[in-house]
Design a protein around this ligand. Structure first.
Ligand code: RB5
Length: 152
């Protein structure tokens, strides 16, 4: 498993904790930054991680900003990405099982470190359920395809 990580200034400290946690679990990490408190723009990091995922440089991505919301909105602009912002273990389980999310976004101003790492562990442990959920994911991707082909 290879995971690309990205964060803005609000998320970088938690992103580094997630990096340590993943490395300790034997997950290969690709760290796209940022690496300080200096103010940066979250869409830049969302784009780097989303491009890693769609180009196969990573299997999945994890993005951290203050709320996780800006990262999710940004990453979901990249065709092929299904980014889900989760602040509970149930949400992250559903994001993988039902939505086949390929990027998890987290809010460093929403979650403490322990809660965030538990969510990451559920993310890693949960597979897509397929079946009727595949039909629905196919419909999501159909909307994207139609938008790209100017059919909306
Ligand atoms: C940065 O202040 C903040 O807006 C950002 O981290 C994030 O929460 C945006 O969604």
């Amino acid at each position: 498993m290879r995971i690309a990580l990205g964060a803005d200034h609000a998320g970088f400290a938690l992103k580094d904790k997630i990096k340590e946690h993943l490395s300790a679990r034997g997950v290969e990490v690709r760290d796209e930054g940022t690496n300080s408190n200096a103010s940066v723009d979250y869409p830049d990091y969302a784009r780097l991680v989303a491009e890693d995922v769609i180009h196969g440089r990573a299997d999945q991505g994890i993005l951290v900003c203050g709320t996780g919301i800006g990262m999710a909105i940004s990453a979901n602009k990249v065709p092929g990405i299904r980014a889900a912002n989760a602040s509970t273990e149930f949400e992250v389980q559903m994001a993988r099982e039902h939505n086949d999310a390929n990027i998890l976004t987290l809010g460093a101003r929403v979650l403490d470190e322990a809660a965030a790492l538990r969510i990451v562990d559920v993310w890693l442990a949960t597979n897509f359920a397929g079946g009727r959920h595949q039909t629905r994911v196919d419909k999501i991707m159909g909307v994207e395809r139609d938008a790209l082909e100017h059919k909306l």
